[in-house]
Design a protein around this ligand. Structure first.
Ligand code: HEM
Length: 447
Protein backbone atom coordinates (compact mmCIF):
# COMPACT_ATOMS: atom_id res chain seq x y z
CA UNK A 1 0.00 0.00 0.00
CA UNK A 2 1.36 3.40 -0.94
CA UNK A 3 1.96 5.89 1.82
CA UNK A 4 1.06 8.95 -0.19
CA UNK A 5 -1.71 10.09 2.16
CA UNK A 6 1.19 11.38 4.20
CA UNK A 7 3.11 12.83 1.31
CA UNK A 8 2.85 16.38 0.09
CA UNK A 9 -0.26 16.89 -2.03
CA UNK A 10 0.16 16.26 -5.73
CA UNK A 11 -1.84 19.10 -7.17
CA UNK A 12 -3.36 22.43 -6.25
CA UNK A 13 -3.85 23.13 -2.60
CA UNK A 14 -5.02 19.68 -1.55
CA UNK A 15 -3.95 18.66 1.94
CA UNK A 16 -2.51 15.27 2.94
CA UNK A 17 -4.72 13.01 5.05
CA UNK A 18 -3.82 12.95 8.76
CA UNK A 19 -3.94 9.72 10.76
CA UNK A 20 -2.07 7.00 12.58
CA UNK A 21 -1.39 3.29 12.14
CA UNK A 22 -2.56 2.23 15.61
CA UNK A 23 -1.19 -0.81 17.47
CA UNK A 24 1.18 -3.10 15.49
CA UNK A 25 -0.38 -5.74 13.21
CA UNK A 26 -4.04 -5.27 14.13
CA UNK A 27 -4.08 -1.47 13.97
CA UNK A 28 -7.47 -0.20 15.12
CA UNK A 29 -9.42 -3.33 14.10
CA UNK A 30 -10.26 -4.53 17.60
CA UNK A 31 -11.36 -1.11 18.77
CA UNK A 32 -13.57 -0.58 15.69
CA UNK A 33 -15.17 -3.99 16.09
CA UNK A 34 -15.69 -3.61 19.83
CA UNK A 35 -17.32 -0.20 19.67
CA UNK A 36 -17.41 1.45 16.25
CA UNK A 37 -19.23 4.53 17.54
CA UNK A 38 -16.81 5.22 20.33
CA UNK A 39 -13.90 4.59 17.96
CA UNK A 40 -15.27 6.94 15.28
CA UNK A 41 -15.89 9.66 17.89
CA UNK A 42 -12.38 9.31 19.20
CA UNK A 43 -10.74 9.20 15.77
CA UNK A 44 -12.86 11.92 14.22
CA UNK A 45 -12.29 14.10 17.28
CA UNK A 46 -8.54 13.64 16.94
CA UNK A 47 -8.06 13.89 13.16
CA UNK A 48 -11.23 15.30 11.59
CA UNK A 49 -13.56 13.92 8.93
CA UNK A 50 -10.91 12.36 6.65
CA UNK A 51 -8.23 10.29 8.40
CA UNK A 52 -6.19 7.17 7.70
CA UNK A 53 -5.53 4.18 9.91
CA UNK A 54 -4.79 0.47 9.77
CA UNK A 55 -7.77 -1.79 10.24
CA UNK A 56 -9.09 -5.11 8.95
CA UNK A 57 -5.64 -5.94 7.60
CA UNK A 58 -5.31 -2.90 5.34
CA UNK A 59 -4.65 0.81 5.45
CA UNK A 60 -7.99 2.60 5.15
CA UNK A 61 -9.17 6.18 5.06
CA UNK A 62 -12.12 6.71 7.42
CA UNK A 63 -14.49 9.35 6.14
CA UNK A 64 -16.77 10.69 8.84
CA UNK A 65 -19.81 12.96 8.76
CA UNK A 66 -22.50 13.68 6.18
CA UNK A 67 -20.40 15.95 3.92
CA UNK A 68 -17.70 13.33 3.44
CA UNK A 69 -20.32 10.57 3.04
CA UNK A 70 -22.14 12.60 0.40
CA UNK A 71 -18.92 13.27 -1.49
CA UNK A 72 -18.12 9.55 -1.69
CA UNK A 73 -21.61 8.14 -2.24
CA UNK A 74 -22.65 10.66 -4.88
CA UNK A 75 -19.34 9.93 -6.60
CA UNK A 76 -19.56 12.64 -9.29
CA UNK A 77 -16.06 12.03 -10.64
CA UNK A 78 -16.53 8.21 -10.60
CA UNK A 79 -13.44 7.86 -8.43
CA UNK A 80 -15.01 5.52 -5.87
CA UNK A 81 -15.58 1.88 -6.67
CA UNK A 82 -17.84 -0.49 -4.78
CA UNK A 83 -16.03 -3.53 -6.11
CA UNK A 84 -12.66 -2.28 -4.87
CA UNK A 85 -14.14 -1.66 -1.44
CA UNK A 86 -16.40 -4.65 -0.89
CA UNK A 87 -14.43 -7.28 -2.80
CA UNK A 88 -11.84 -7.45 -0.04
CA UNK A 89 -14.43 -8.15 2.66
CA UNK A 90 -17.11 -10.23 0.96
CA UNK A 91 -15.93 -10.85 -2.61
CA UNK A 92 -15.37 -14.61 -2.42
CA UNK A 93 -18.82 -15.12 -0.87
CA UNK A 94 -20.84 -12.56 -2.83
CA UNK A 95 -18.94 -12.35 -6.09
CA UNK A 96 -20.88 -10.74 -8.92
CA UNK A 97 -23.49 -9.50 -6.41
CA UNK A 98 -24.86 -6.19 -7.67
CA UNK A 99 -23.37 -4.21 -4.78
CA UNK A 100 -19.91 -5.30 -5.96
CA UNK A 101 -20.40 -4.16 -9.54
CA UNK A 102 -19.39 -0.71 -10.77
CA UNK A 103 -20.25 2.07 -13.16
CA UNK A 104 -21.69 0.98 -16.57
CA UNK A 105 -21.91 -2.68 -15.67
CA UNK A 106 -23.64 -1.88 -12.39
CA UNK A 107 -26.13 0.38 -14.11
CA UNK A 108 -26.90 -2.31 -16.66
CA UNK A 109 -27.61 -4.91 -13.94
CA UNK A 110 -29.50 -2.45 -11.79
CA UNK A 111 -31.87 -1.58 -14.65
CA UNK A 112 -32.77 -5.23 -15.05
CA UNK A 113 -33.02 -5.91 -11.32
CA UNK A 114 -35.31 -2.94 -10.84
CA UNK A 115 -38.00 -4.95 -12.66
CA UNK A 116 -38.12 -7.34 -9.69
CA UNK A 117 -39.04 -4.44 -7.38
CA UNK A 118 -41.92 -2.73 -9.17
CA UNK A 119 -45.08 -1.76 -7.25
CA UNK A 120 -46.95 -4.77 -8.65
CA UNK A 121 -44.16 -7.12 -7.66
CA UNK A 122 -43.97 -5.67 -4.16
CA UNK A 123 -47.71 -6.04 -3.71
CA UNK A 124 -47.51 -9.68 -4.71
CA UNK A 125 -44.53 -10.32 -2.37
CA UNK A 126 -46.65 -8.90 0.44
CA UNK A 127 -49.52 -11.26 -0.44
CA UNK A 128 -47.11 -14.18 -0.14
CA UNK A 129 -45.60 -12.86 3.06
CA UNK A 130 -48.76 -12.27 5.07
CA UNK A 131 -49.88 -15.87 5.68
CA UNK A 132 -46.25 -16.93 6.16
CA UNK A 133 -45.85 -14.26 8.85
CA UNK A 134 -49.01 -15.51 10.59
CA UNK A 135 -47.73 -19.10 10.56
CA UNK A 136 -44.24 -18.02 11.62
CA UNK A 137 -45.53 -16.04 14.59
CA UNK A 138 -47.61 -19.05 15.73
CA UNK A 139 -44.53 -21.24 15.86
CA UNK A 140 -41.69 -18.87 16.70
CA UNK A 141 -43.35 -16.39 19.05
CA UNK A 142 -45.16 -18.26 21.84
CA UNK A 143 -46.52 -16.41 24.86
CA UNK A 144 -43.29 -16.55 26.81
CA UNK A 145 -39.97 -14.83 27.36
CA UNK A 146 -37.92 -15.50 24.26
CA UNK A 147 -34.79 -14.32 22.52
CA UNK A 148 -36.24 -12.33 19.67
CA UNK A 149 -33.18 -11.95 17.44
CA UNK A 150 -32.84 -15.67 16.61
CA UNK A 151 -36.64 -15.89 16.30
CA UNK A 152 -36.72 -13.02 13.77
CA UNK A 153 -33.77 -14.51 11.94
CA UNK A 154 -35.68 -17.71 11.53
CA UNK A 155 -38.86 -15.88 10.53
CA UNK A 156 -37.14 -13.70 7.90
CA UNK A 157 -35.42 -16.77 6.48
CA UNK A 158 -38.79 -18.53 6.20
CA UNK A 159 -40.22 -15.42 4.53
CA UNK A 160 -37.27 -15.23 2.15
CA UNK A 161 -37.67 -18.84 1.09
CA UNK A 162 -41.30 -18.14 0.24
CA UNK A 163 -41.10 -14.65 -1.27
CA UNK A 164 -37.68 -15.11 -2.88
CA UNK A 165 -37.73 -18.76 -3.87
CA UNK A 166 -41.43 -19.50 -3.90
CA UNK A 167 -41.23 -22.60 -1.75
CA UNK A 168 -40.46 -24.27 1.51
CA UNK A 169 -36.97 -25.44 2.31
CA UNK A 170 -38.28 -28.05 4.73
CA UNK A 171 -35.44 -30.06 6.27
CA UNK A 172 -32.90 -27.93 4.37
CA UNK A 173 -33.86 -24.80 6.36
CA UNK A 174 -31.18 -25.28 9.02
CA UNK A 175 -28.51 -26.01 6.43
CA UNK A 176 -29.37 -22.89 4.46
CA UNK A 177 -29.53 -20.81 7.63
CA UNK A 178 -26.07 -22.02 8.62
CA UNK A 179 -24.81 -21.24 5.11
CA UNK A 180 -26.11 -17.66 5.39
CA UNK A 181 -24.62 -17.08 8.79
CA UNK A 182 -21.32 -18.45 7.52
CA UNK A 183 -21.14 -16.22 4.45
CA UNK A 184 -22.14 -13.09 6.32
CA UNK A 185 -19.72 -13.64 9.20
CA UNK A 186 -16.85 -14.52 6.87
CA UNK A 187 -16.61 -10.88 5.78
CA UNK A 188 -14.97 -9.86 9.04
CA UNK A 189 -12.71 -12.89 9.49
CA UNK A 190 -9.30 -12.17 11.01
CA UNK A 191 -7.70 -15.02 9.06
CA UNK A 192 -8.48 -14.14 5.46
CA UNK A 193 -7.65 -17.42 3.75
CA UNK A 194 -9.31 -20.84 3.99
CA UNK A 195 -8.31 -22.72 7.15
CA UNK A 196 -10.80 -25.54 7.76
CA UNK A 197 -13.17 -24.69 10.60
CA UNK A 198 -12.43 -20.95 10.54
CA UNK A 199 -14.77 -18.22 9.32
CA UNK A 200 -13.32 -17.75 5.82
CA UNK A 201 -13.50 -21.43 5.01
CA UNK A 202 -17.02 -21.76 6.40
CA UNK A 203 -18.06 -18.79 4.27
CA UNK A 204 -16.81 -20.49 1.10
CA UNK A 205 -18.68 -23.71 1.89
CA UNK A 206 -21.75 -21.61 2.63
CA UNK A 207 -21.58 -20.09 -0.85
CA UNK A 208 -21.34 -23.57 -2.39
CA UNK A 209 -24.43 -24.76 -0.51
CA UNK A 210 -26.44 -21.76 -1.73
CA UNK A 211 -25.20 -22.09 -5.32
CA UNK A 212 -26.15 -25.79 -5.47
CA UNK A 213 -29.61 -25.13 -4.15
CA UNK A 214 -30.30 -22.28 -6.58
CA UNK A 215 -28.81 -23.92 -9.68
CA UNK A 216 -30.96 -26.99 -9.08
CA UNK A 217 -34.11 -24.85 -9.12
CA UNK A 218 -33.14 -22.57 -12.00
CA UNK A 219 -34.60 -24.52 -14.95
CA UNK A 220 -38.00 -24.74 -13.32
CA UNK A 221 -37.97 -21.01 -12.52
CA UNK A 222 -37.02 -20.14 -16.10
CA UNK A 223 -39.80 -22.35 -17.42
CA UNK A 224 -42.53 -21.16 -15.03
CA UNK A 225 -44.16 -17.82 -14.33
CA UNK A 226 -44.42 -17.79 -10.54
CA UNK A 227 -44.47 -14.51 -8.65
CA UNK A 228 -41.46 -15.00 -6.37
CA UNK A 229 -38.30 -12.90 -6.63
CA UNK A 230 -36.26 -15.75 -8.12
CA UNK A 231 -38.75 -16.02 -10.99
CA UNK A 232 -38.84 -12.23 -11.29
CA UNK A 233 -35.05 -12.18 -11.79
CA UNK A 234 -35.28 -15.00 -14.33
CA UNK A 235 -37.81 -13.06 -16.40
CA UNK A 236 -36.73 -9.46 -15.70
CA UNK A 237 -36.02 -7.44 -18.83
CA UNK A 238 -34.66 -3.92 -18.93
CA UNK A 239 -36.36 -1.37 -21.20
CA UNK A 240 -33.78 -2.12 -23.87
CA UNK A 241 -34.58 -5.83 -23.66
CA UNK A 242 -31.57 -7.14 -21.68
CA UNK A 243 -31.96 -10.13 -19.34
CA UNK A 244 -29.81 -11.90 -16.76
CA UNK A 245 -27.90 -15.05 -17.70
CA UNK A 246 -28.14 -18.10 -15.41
CA UNK A 247 -24.98 -17.38 -13.43
CA UNK A 248 -26.06 -13.77 -12.91
CA UNK A 249 -29.41 -14.92 -11.55
CA UNK A 250 -27.65 -17.24 -9.08
CA UNK A 251 -25.17 -14.56 -7.94
CA UNK A 252 -27.85 -11.90 -7.60
CA UNK A 253 -30.09 -14.26 -5.64
CA UNK A 254 -27.31 -15.10 -3.19
CA UNK A 255 -26.54 -11.45 -2.70
CA UNK A 256 -30.20 -10.45 -2.38
CA UNK A 257 -30.91 -13.16 0.15
CA UNK A 258 -28.03 -11.91 2.26
CA UNK A 259 -28.85 -8.21 1.75
CA UNK A 260 -32.45 -8.73 2.82
CA UNK A 261 -31.96 -11.20 5.65
CA UNK A 262 -29.80 -9.76 8.42
CA UNK A 263 -30.74 -6.15 7.73
CA UNK A 264 -34.47 -6.80 8.13
CA UNK A 265 -33.87 -9.12 11.08
CA UNK A 266 -31.94 -6.43 12.89
CA UNK A 267 -34.51 -3.74 12.09
CA UNK A 268 -37.25 -5.93 13.57
CA UNK A 269 -35.07 -6.62 16.60
CA UNK A 270 -34.33 -2.94 17.19
CA UNK A 271 -38.01 -2.07 16.77
CA UNK A 272 -39.03 -4.73 19.31
CA UNK A 273 -36.44 -3.41 21.74
CA UNK A 274 -37.38 0.25 21.54
CA UNK A 275 -41.11 -0.45 21.56
CA UNK A 276 -40.56 -2.56 24.69
CA UNK A 277 -38.61 0.27 26.33
CA UNK A 278 -41.22 2.84 25.28
CA UNK A 279 -44.67 1.34 25.94
CA UNK A 280 -46.34 4.64 25.04
CA UNK A 281 -45.00 4.20 21.49
CA UNK A 282 -45.96 0.55 21.49
CA UNK A 283 -49.54 1.55 22.38
CA UNK A 284 -49.52 4.26 19.73
CA UNK A 285 -48.42 2.02 16.87
CA UNK A 286 -50.73 -0.76 18.06
CA UNK A 287 -53.70 1.61 17.99
CA UNK A 288 -52.79 2.57 14.45
CA UNK A 289 -52.67 -1.09 13.40
CA UNK A 290 -55.91 -1.90 15.24
CA UNK A 291 -57.62 0.97 13.39
CA UNK A 292 -57.01 -0.86 10.11
CA UNK A 293 -59.28 -3.66 11.41
CA UNK A 294 -57.42 -6.28 9.41
CA UNK A 295 -55.29 -9.13 10.79
CA UNK A 296 -52.95 -8.84 7.80
CA UNK A 297 -51.43 -5.66 6.42
CA UNK A 298 -52.86 -4.82 2.99
CA UNK A 299 -50.64 -3.10 0.42
CA UNK A 300 -53.05 -0.15 0.20
CA UNK A 301 -52.70 0.43 3.99
CA UNK A 302 -48.91 0.41 4.21
CA UNK A 303 -48.47 4.16 3.87
CA UNK A 304 -51.20 4.74 6.43
CA UNK A 305 -49.07 3.40 9.29
CA UNK A 306 -47.55 6.81 9.92
CA UNK A 307 -46.42 6.40 13.53
CA UNK A 308 -44.93 3.00 12.75
CA UNK A 309 -43.03 4.61 9.90
CA UNK A 310 -41.59 7.25 12.24
CA UNK A 311 -40.52 4.56 14.72
CA UNK A 312 -38.85 2.51 11.95
CA UNK A 313 -36.91 5.54 10.74
CA UNK A 314 -35.76 6.28 14.26
CA UNK A 315 -34.70 2.66 14.82
CA UNK A 316 -32.73 2.67 11.56
CA UNK A 317 -31.03 5.82 12.79
CA UNK A 318 -30.21 4.45 16.22
CA UNK A 319 -28.95 1.07 14.96
CA UNK A 320 -28.13 1.19 11.24
CA UNK A 321 -28.05 -2.49 10.20
CA UNK A 322 -25.28 -1.77 7.71
CA UNK A 323 -23.34 0.33 10.18
CA UNK A 324 -20.38 0.79 7.82
CA UNK A 325 -19.85 0.85 4.06
CA UNK A 326 -16.63 0.58 2.12
CA UNK A 327 -15.28 1.86 -1.18
CA UNK A 328 -11.94 1.87 -3.03
CA UNK A 329 -10.58 4.63 -5.26
CA UNK A 330 -9.92 3.83 -8.93
CA UNK A 331 -7.99 7.08 -9.49
CA UNK A 332 -6.43 9.96 -7.61
CA UNK A 333 -9.13 12.19 -6.17
CA UNK A 334 -9.99 14.39 -3.22
CA UNK A 335 -12.36 14.35 -0.29
CA UNK A 336 -13.14 17.64 1.48
CA UNK A 337 -9.88 19.10 0.22
CA UNK A 338 -7.71 16.09 1.14
CA UNK A 339 -5.69 14.29 -1.50
CA UNK A 340 -6.72 10.64 -1.86
CA UNK A 341 -4.56 8.51 -4.16
CA UNK A 342 -5.82 5.69 -6.38
CA UNK A 343 -6.18 2.27 -4.68
CA UNK A 344 -7.20 3.70 -1.33
CA UNK A 345 -9.77 1.69 0.65
CA UNK A 346 -12.37 3.88 2.38
CA UNK A 347 -14.54 3.31 5.43
CA UNK A 348 -17.84 5.23 5.77
CA UNK A 349 -19.90 4.94 8.93
CA UNK A 350 -23.63 5.74 8.79
CA UNK A 351 -23.76 4.70 12.45
CA UNK A 352 -21.43 7.54 13.38
CA UNK A 353 -23.32 10.10 11.25
CA UNK A 354 -26.58 9.01 12.90
CA UNK A 355 -25.17 9.79 16.33
CA UNK A 356 -23.54 13.16 15.63
CA UNK A 357 -24.99 15.69 18.08
CA UNK A 358 -24.32 18.51 15.56
CA UNK A 359 -27.09 17.02 13.38
CA UNK A 360 -29.21 15.01 15.80
CA UNK A 361 -30.17 16.68 19.09
CA UNK A 362 -29.77 14.22 21.98
CA UNK A 363 -28.74 11.48 19.50
CA UNK A 364 -28.99 8.48 21.85
CA UNK A 365 -32.64 9.24 22.69
CA UNK A 366 -35.42 7.25 21.03
CA UNK A 367 -37.58 10.06 19.65
CA UNK A 368 -39.45 9.05 16.47
CA UNK A 369 -41.18 12.43 16.32
CA UNK A 370 -37.90 13.92 15.15
CA UNK A 371 -38.90 12.56 11.70
CA UNK A 372 -42.45 14.01 11.89
CA UNK A 373 -43.41 16.77 9.46
CA UNK A 374 -43.37 19.47 12.12
CA UNK A 375 -39.72 18.66 13.01
CA UNK A 376 -38.01 16.79 10.16
CA UNK A 377 -34.59 16.77 11.85
CA UNK A 378 -33.36 14.54 9.05
CA UNK A 379 -33.66 17.51 6.68
CA UNK A 380 -30.69 19.18 8.33
CA UNK A 381 -28.47 17.54 5.69
CA UNK A 382 -29.34 15.22 2.75
CA UNK A 383 -26.85 12.66 4.15
CA UNK A 384 -27.64 13.02 7.87
CA UNK A 385 -29.85 9.89 7.66
CA UNK A 386 -28.37 7.22 5.45
CA UNK A 387 -29.33 3.73 6.65
CA UNK A 388 -29.91 2.77 3.01
CA UNK A 389 -26.77 4.45 1.68
CA UNK A 390 -27.01 6.89 -1.21
CA UNK A 391 -26.09 7.52 -4.84
CA UNK A 392 -26.43 4.84 -7.50
CA UNK A 393 -25.92 1.97 -5.04
CA UNK A 394 -28.67 3.10 -2.69
CA UNK A 395 -30.51 0.07 -1.36
CA UNK A 396 -32.76 -1.35 -4.07
CA UNK A 397 -34.77 -3.24 -1.44
CA UNK A 398 -35.69 -0.35 0.83
CA UNK A 399 -39.39 -0.47 -0.01
CA UNK A 400 -39.38 -4.25 0.26
CA UNK A 401 -37.72 -3.95 3.69
CA UNK A 402 -40.30 -1.39 4.84
CA UNK A 403 -43.14 -3.68 3.73
CA UNK A 404 -41.74 -6.69 5.51
CA UNK A 405 -40.96 -4.89 8.76
CA UNK A 406 -44.40 -3.28 8.82
CA UNK A 407 -46.21 -6.49 7.90
CA UNK A 408 -44.48 -8.45 10.70
CA UNK A 409 -44.94 -5.75 13.34
CA UNK A 410 -48.57 -5.21 12.37
CA UNK A 411 -49.32 -8.85 13.18
CA UNK A 412 -47.18 -8.98 16.31
CA UNK A 413 -48.74 -5.79 17.68
CA UNK A 414 -52.24 -7.16 17.20
CA UNK A 415 -51.41 -10.36 19.05
CA UNK A 416 -49.02 -9.36 21.81
CA UNK A 417 -47.91 -6.75 24.26
CA UNK A 418 -44.20 -7.10 25.03
CA UNK A 419 -41.71 -5.80 27.57
CA UNK A 420 -38.14 -5.90 28.82
CA UNK A 421 -37.15 -5.55 32.51
CA UNK A 422 -36.73 -1.97 33.78
CA UNK A 423 -33.22 -0.71 33.17
CA UNK A 424 -32.40 -3.35 30.54
CA UNK A 425 -30.07 -2.13 27.75
CA UNK A 426 -29.59 -4.21 24.60
CA UNK A 427 -25.87 -5.18 24.33
CA UNK A 428 -24.73 -4.88 20.71
CA UNK A 429 -22.04 -6.95 19.05
CA UNK A 430 -20.53 -5.25 15.98
CA UNK A 431 -18.28 -8.09 14.85
CA UNK A 432 -20.16 -8.16 11.54
CA UNK A 433 -23.60 -6.54 11.34
CA UNK A 434 -24.88 -5.31 14.71
CA UNK A 435 -26.62 -8.06 16.69
CA UNK A 436 -27.70 -8.26 20.34
CA UNK A 437 -25.12 -10.46 22.04
CA UNK A 438 -27.80 -11.84 24.41
CA UNK A 439 -30.32 -12.40 21.57
CA UNK A 440 -32.60 -9.75 23.17
CA UNK A 441 -34.82 -11.59 25.69
CA UNK A 442 -38.34 -10.12 25.60
CA UNK A 443 -41.51 -11.09 27.47
CA UNK A 444 -44.55 -11.54 25.22
CA UNK A 445 -48.07 -11.49 26.67
CA UNK A 446 -51.10 -12.28 24.58
CA UNK A 447 -53.58 -9.41 24.31
C1 HEM B 1 -33.74 -2.37 6.72
C2 HEM B 1 -33.22 -3.16 5.84
C3 HEM B 1 -32.09 -2.78 4.93
C4 HEM B 1 -31.05 -1.90 5.12
C5 HEM B 1 -30.77 -1.05 6.33
C6 HEM B 1 -30.25 -1.93 3.91
C7 HEM B 1 -29.12 -1.17 3.72
C8 HEM B 1 -28.43 -1.09 2.52
C9 HEM B 1 -27.33 -0.20 2.26
C10 HEM B 1 -26.71 0.77 3.25
C11 HEM B 1 -26.94 -0.40 0.98
C12 HEM B 1 -25.82 0.35 0.24
C13 HEM B 1 -24.48 -0.34 0.36
C14 HEM B 1 -23.38 0.43 -0.32
O1 HEM B 1 -23.64 1.41 -1.01
O2 HEM B 1 -22.22 0.04 -0.17
C15 HEM B 1 -27.77 -1.43 0.44
C16 HEM B 1 -27.66 -1.93 -0.83
C17 HEM B 1 -28.44 -2.95 -1.32
N1 HEM B 1 -29.52 -3.54 -0.69
FE1 HEM B 1 -30.23 -3.08 1.10
N2 HEM B 1 -30.81 -2.82 3.04
C18 HEM B 1 -31.93 -3.36 3.61
C19 HEM B 1 -32.80 -4.28 3.07
C20 HEM B 1 -32.67 -4.81 1.82
C21 HEM B 1 -33.59 -5.74 1.23
C22 HEM B 1 -34.86 -6.26 1.90
C23 HEM B 1 -33.09 -6.06 0.00
C24 HEM B 1 -33.65 -6.98 -1.06
C25 HEM B 1 -34.86 -7.46 -1.06
C26 HEM B 1 -31.88 -5.29 -0.19
C27 HEM B 1 -31.10 -5.32 -1.33
C28 HEM B 1 -30.01 -4.50 -1.54
C29 HEM B 1 -29.22 -4.52 -2.75
C30 HEM B 1 -29.42 -5.43 -3.95
C31 HEM B 1 -28.23 -3.55 -2.60
C32 HEM B 1 -27.15 -3.18 -3.62
C33 HEM B 1 -27.70 -2.15 -4.55
C34 HEM B 1 -26.68 -1.70 -5.58
O3 HEM B 1 -25.48 -1.85 -5.37
O4 HEM B 1 -27.13 -1.17 -6.60
N3 HEM B 1 -31.66 -4.55 0.92
N4 HEM B 1 -28.70 -1.83 1.39
Amino acid sequence: MRMSYLAAPLAGDLRPVPGEAGPPLVGHTLHVMRDPLEWSRHFHGKYGPVAWTNMFGQRMVAVAGPDAAERVLVNRDKAFSNGRGWEYFIGPFFRRGIMLLDFEEHLHHRRIMQQAFTRERLASYLDTMNPAIAGGIDVLFPEATLRVHPAFKRLTLDLATKTFMGGELGPRTDRVNRAFVAVVRAGTAYVRFPVPGLRWSRGLSGRRVLEELLRAQLPAKRAGAADDLFSALCHARSEDGHRFGDEDVVSHMIFLLMAAHDTTTMTLTTMTYYLAKHPEWQDRVRAESAALASPHLAFKDVDGLVALDLAIKECLRLVAPLHAMVRGTVKDTEILGHFIPADTPLYISPHFVHHMPQYWPDPARFDPERFAEHRREDKVHPYAWLPFGGGVHKCIGLRFAGLQVKAVLHQLLLRYRWSVPAGYEMPLDFTSMPTPSDGLPVRFQRL
